[in-house]
Design a protein around this ligand. Structure first.
Ligand SMILES: [Zn+2]
Length: 397
């Protein structure tokens, strides 16, 4: 004889005791000691759930419960919307061998009705669910990680060789706000490597060209252009609202300026630099590792280290280094993996050798050391010996 729904519920009630929302709340404040499982559909969970609840939709219980709760003697509290699905789910768990299963009477509706706290995950649109689906599948990113990316604000110094691939991939990954500082206009000689720009945009401000390319790739993000030179006067204001700074400049005054400002403002600075066939990248994270000045306290003498404009650069190289910068930025935002803090990755494209050097923080560093002597921004042109009348900075890499 086929069991009716009523029979199933009667059986379930005999096997699965109920707690009221008040019971659950009280036991939670007393330290819990149980796993809270939300057995509703994923969409229902997303719209609001009990704090600390794990989502295992009822249809997936057999498949997923062992991963969520490996020990079958662990006390489990199940809830659904109204208290019925969780009761039936409790019966299933008892059949699967779980010995200590409770269902919350009245479900999430009764919990909310009693005025107990609940949380809502970020609501993703249908487009976002599709666009970021490969991120959602990765447990290390998932919906929580994608929400972090969408909430993150990254400032790119330069929309040139390094800024192009960095910004391109950060936009694709759904980093919600990208600021780009660059005073230049697109020049034909940029197009050999600066992939944000195109032939029909020669003469257009790079920040505008960048905005057009990035929003065409991903209209889900905001791109803010600052068509200005980054200086000691404006940098603190520029970086203030951003979480991570990506340094894609190719001149020493700007590099020291960005470094010092990031140390002073306590912002991670994802560094990249390129020269002819060689490139390097690292993450300068105040308080967690060295800064640029720990490695290079003094700039090279003027003229000793020529710019890309003077010395040339192989077309694909900035793509390699800029992509590492984008990758490291995403790791910093998500808090996953092992960012390149205190390590420098170094590429030699001709031999295709890749090396990683350990970097040490210098206790005597004038900016981030124990007794810093540089406590406010200085004149970086002068510091780099470039204070020559009529001199302008080299274009961004
Ligand atoms: Zn330092």
């Amino acid at each position: 004889m086929t069991k009716t729904y009523r029979d199933l519920m009667t059986e379930a009630r005999q096997l699965v005791p109920e707690w009221t929302p008040d019971d659950v709340r009280q036991r939670t404040s007393n330290g819990g000691g149980f796993r809270l499982i939300d057995v509703r559909e994923k969409e229902e969970y997303r719209e609001g759930h009990l704090p600390g609840a794990v989502s295992v939709p009822r249809g997936f219980l057999d498949m997923r419960i062992e991963e969520a709760v490996p020990d079958k003697s662990t006390p489990i509290v199940l809830y659904c919307a109204g208290g019925t699905r969780s009761m039936l789910a409790g019966r299933t768990l008892r059949e699967l061998g779980y010995t200590n299963v409770v269902s919350m009477a009245g479900g999430f509706g009764a919990w909310k009705g009693a005025g107990h706290p609940w949380v809502a995950d970020r609501q993703f649109s249908a487009d976002q669910l599709t666009r970021y689906s490969r991120h959602f599948i990765l447990p290390e990113v998932g919906e929580a990680g994608q929400a972090k990316l969408l909430d993150a604000k990254v400032l790119l110094i330069g929309a040139g060789g390094l800024g192009s691939p960095s910004a391109y991939y950060l936009a694709a990954a759904g980093v919600g706000t990208l600021g780009i500082v660059d005073m230049d206009v697109v020049d034909m000689s940029n197009l050999q490597r600066q992939i944000l720009h195109s032939n029909d945009r020669v003469g257009m401000p790079k920040v505008e060209s960048a905005r057009q390319t990035l929003t065409a790739l991903n209209p889900d993000i905001k791109v803010i252009g600052y068509q200005e030179r980054v200086t000691s006067e404006n940098i603190m204001q520029l970086i203030r609202d951003y979480d991570v700074i990506v340094d894609g400049c190719d001149n020493f005054p700007t590099r020291y300026l960005v470094n010092d400002a990031c140390v002073m403002a306590n912002k991670p600075n994802v560094h990249g630099s390129i020269f002819q066939f060689e490139g390097q990248a690292t993450v300068f994270y105040p308080g967690k590792g060295p800064c640029y000045r720990c490695l290079f306290p003094e700039p090279p003498p003027p003229g000793a280290a020529p710019s890309c404009q003077e010395a040339g650069v192989l077309g694909v190289l900035p793509g390699l280094v800029g992509c590492v910068q984008a990758l490291e930025t995403i790791k910093v935002i998500l808090g996953i993996g092992k960012p390149l803090i205190g390590r420098m990755v170094y590429f030699d494209t001709l031999s295709m050798e890749l090396r990683i050097h350990k970097l040490r923080k210098d206790p005597q560093c004038p900016v981030c050391g124990e007794h810093p002597t540089v406590t406010q921004l200085i004149d970086y042109e002068e510091f780099c010996g470039l204070r020559v009348p009529g001199h302008t900075d080299a274009a961004h890499a």
